[in-house]
Write a protein that binds this ligand. Structure first.
Ligand SMILES: O=P(O)(O)OC[C@@H](O)[C@@H](O)c1c[nH]c2ccccc12
Length: 265
């Protein structure tokens, strides 16, 4: 079994347990459940920003521990002060060292779009995403059937959430794209092998219809690469490890954004 299949198998068990512990009715009582979401699509297109979605990730299956000392309050505020367009918060515990509380803490300190980064396989997790304060959910084509991408996407939209669909190749793109998707993310990391290659984004750019905001995800560690991807039509750039591996992720993010702005002048 590859790692993605393993994660999804564990996720199914976790969701089944949570459903009995925290029924939907309870989640719907959260103050965030009724909150007005903040649009990532709009923030990515703000003229004063460059499209960086800065991620809070303590560990990953490919790298092990990346940063177990960073505090979500300080890092999330720092990312936004650095000029990020939005935040991505890992909530998977077993493989990524995250928790729902991380997202809620980030929510309470920031007015900005927040992506709940997790492996969504069930509507329950979308209600949960809304109840913890997320604005955007991730749907990963590699772990869902095209009809699941569509029904989960429609459900997220019915709660006012935006949908980022993640693909890794042309087949996933063609099979899974649908009208409920707002942002189309190309993951440069193959989730089966962990190999990252930014050429994945370059190769798929022209195949993505223009009605979607294009986002390049993973393995980005150089402002010059961001500028090059912009020339291919990408507007959003999801960056985790490069920032998190530094003692001060927020400073790394700030320096990175400054350098992109210098390139653009
Ligand atoms: O840390 P990186 O290489 O900058 O990548 C960030 C983000 O793209 C990555 O964490 C990611 C992309 N898709 C995912 C799906 C699940 C978990 C994690 C991810």
């Amino acid at each position: 079994m590859n790692i993605l299949d393993q994660i999804v198998a564990d996720k199914k068990e976790e969701v089944a347990q949570k459903k009995s512990l925290y029924p939907v009715k309870l989640l719907e009582q959260s103050t965030y459940f009724g909150a007005q979401p903040v649009s990532l699509k709009k923030y990515i297109r703000r003229p004063d920003k460059v499209g960086i979605i800065a991620e809070f990730k303590r560990k990953s299956p490919s790298k092990g521990v990346i940063n177990d000392g960073a505090k979500v309050e300080r890092t999330s505020i720092g990312y936004m002060q650095a000029g990020a367009s939005g935040l991505s918060i890992l909530t998977d515990t077993k493989y990524f060292g995250g928790k729902n509380e991380d997202l809620t803490i980030a929510r309470s300190f920031n007015f900005c779009p927040i992506l709940r980064k997790d492996f969504i396989i069930d509507e329950y997790q979308i209600i949960e995403a809304k109840s913890i304060g997320a604005d955007v959910i991730l749907l990963i084509a590699a772990c869902l059937k095209p009809e699941e991408v569509k029904s989960l996407g429609a459900f997220a939209k019915s709660l006012g959430l935006e949908v980022l669909l993640e693909v890794h190749n042309e087949k996933e793109l063609n099979d899974s794209i649908n009208e409920h998707v707002d942002l189309l993310g190309v993951n440069n990391r193959n989730l089966g092998t962990f190999v990252t290659d930014v050429d994945t984004s370059r190769a798929l750019a022209a195949k993505i219809p223009n009605d979607f905001v294009k986002v390049s995800e993973s393995g980005i560690n150089d402002p010059a690469v961001v500028v090059d991807l912009m020339s291919h039509g990408y507007e959003g750039f999801l960056i985790g490890e490069y920032f998190m591996q530094k003692g001060s992720p927020e400073k790394a993010c700030s320096d990175f954004i400054k350098r992109i702005k210098e390139f653009k002048h």
